[in-house]
Design a protein around this ligand. Structure first.
Ligand code: ADP
Length: 442
């Protein structure tokens, strides 16, 4: 036999190690046997190393399997314990799978739910609408929701918000498109909504009752008030009364007039609030109506030693408004600016036309009218109360009459005329109130 080279010895060593059979080595030389033993040792070391590697990868495999199990458990837990009920239905509307939350909502075990048509769990009154929409929902479910009344075993039902999503379900037969229904019990929300609607209805009823009461009371008060004022006026004409009596009768007359004014304001507010006061929108020349208001307010300005300055004289602007009501609004704003002023103070009135919209076909303008005073101003914390009814934001002052109703009426009237009101103020320095109204077509 020819001498064996290194490669042959290696092959012989592997054969001996693998077969574990007795192989006759008598034909080998001493050197070859030495080499063979060496190769056997090397082969053994290599096998041991391979063995180690195999063990490690086996361990890794076990570890990965454990991780996978954990992830699956977590998913299953999250799926079943999610706050939403999940039900997956196929293209025929049959439930292919559902979670525990859904089963709890329906009050039935999962095996009584799965493989049943979803429509079985919908209240009769909502079944038709679900059936009618099902095909289109299945085809295009994205961002679609429905409020459905669902049944709960044995004889209950509850309002649910159902959100739809398209999902792919892997079955033995391969991938299959399904519709995932995310079912939320909205009983609480519905109860809250109903409570809110009820509260709103109650508030409206109470408000109507209040307006009704105010209207009736004011009406009842006006009749005797007119009698008091009439008799006071007659007494004023009596020439036999003393100076002191005249002074007292003047006082009755003044206070009575003030009271009548308040009663009229309250009556007006009650009428506006109950919708009994219509506004008649017509073309009104702002310059004319402003001058009428100025005539009426002059006595108040004189009483408070306040100068009224009208700083622009554009006589050609017409607004769309109710003439009587716009005069009332101007009267209120200018008299407030005089009342809440300081002696020797000023009230500046100016107005301007502003473009609010323009295109090739038309241009729309609004009128902005500013009433600026140098008076006591309003603290920022009181801004929100200024337009509330019966709110006076300054300490009661015997000299300044008012019921805190004027600005509330003004705001409501402006809203009825598509107008707005706003103001800015610096406490101790003065305020500017402005109104905006649509300008009539040229
Ligand atoms: P009132 O009849 O009390 O004047 P309004 O409804 O007209 O009622 O005004 C509400 C409150 O807003 C007033 O009581 C006053 O405190 C405040 N106010 C109104 N206008 C002015 C003003 N120009 N400057 C300062 N405060 C004002």
């Amino acid at each position: 036999m020819k001498d064996l080279n290194q490669k042959d010895i290696r092959i012989l060593a592997e054969k001996m190690a693998d077969d574990k059979k007795h192989i006759d080595v008598d034909f080998l030389t001493k050197i070859e046997i030495k080499n063979l033993v060496h190769e056997l040792q090397v082969h053994q070391i290599e096998l041991e190393m391979q063995n180690e590697e195999l063990k490690t990868s086996e361990q890794n495999l076990v570890e990965s399997k454990r991780e996978l199990e954990k992830a699956k458990d977590l998913f299953t837990h999250l799926y079943h314990e999610s706050p939403s009920g999940y039900a997956t239905v196929d293209e025929y509307g049959i439930i292919t799978q559902a979670n525990q939350t859904f089963s709890r909502l329906i009050g039935m075990p999962l095996d009584s739910i799965e493989k049943k048509p979803f429509v079985n769990f919908i209240s009769e009154k909502d079944q038709t609408i679900f059936r009618a929409r099902f095909k289109s929902l299945f085809r295009n479910p994205q961002n679609k929701t429905m409020e459905l009344n669902l049944l709960t075993y044995p004889d209950g039902n509850f309002p649910a918000l159902v959100e739809f999503k398209s999902v792919y379900w892997t079955t033995l037969a391969g991938e299959r498109e399904c519709l995932l229904l995310n079912v939320l019990d909205i009983t609480e929300r519905k109860n809250m909504e109903n409570r809110m609607i009820q509260a709103q209805e109650d508030a409206e009823k109470a408000n109507n009752a209040k307006s009704e009461f105010m209207a009736r009371m004011s009406h009842e008060l006006r009749t005797p008030m007119n009698a008091i004022l009439g008799f006071a006026q007659m007494l004023q004409l009596d020439e036999t009364i003393t100076q002191k009596q005249r002074f007292q009768i003047d006082e009755i007359f003044l206070s009575g007039n003030h009271l009548l004014h308040l009663i009229n304001e309250i009556l007006d507010l009650a009428g506006i609030e109950s919708g009994r006061v219509p506004v008649v929108i017509e073309r009104v020349n702002i310059h004319e109506v402003l001058n009428e208001a100025l005539l009426l307010v002059q006595s108040i300005a004189d009483r408070f030693s306040v100068k009224i300055i009208l700083s622009n004289e554009d006589e050609n602007i017409d607004v769309m408004a109710d003439k009587v009501r716009i005069r009332q609004i101007l009267l209120n704003l200018i008299s407030n600016a005089a009342k809440y002023n300081r002696p020797g103070g000023e009230v500046k009135i100016r107005y301007q036309k502003e473009k609010i919209h323009s295109d090739s076909e038309q241009e729309l303008f609004s009128l902005k009218l500013f009433v600026e005073d140098t008076g006591i101003g309003i603290r920022e914390k009181d801004y929100a109360r200024v337009f509330e009814a019966f709110q006076r934001v300054h300490k009661p002052n015997d000299n300044i009459e008012g019921a805190g109703v004027g600005l509330n009426i003004t705001k409501k009237l402006l809203e009825m005329m598509d107008g707005t009101i706003d103001f800015k103020s610096e406490f101790g320095k003065g305020s500017t109130f402005w109104i905006e109204l649509p300008v009539a077509d040229m």
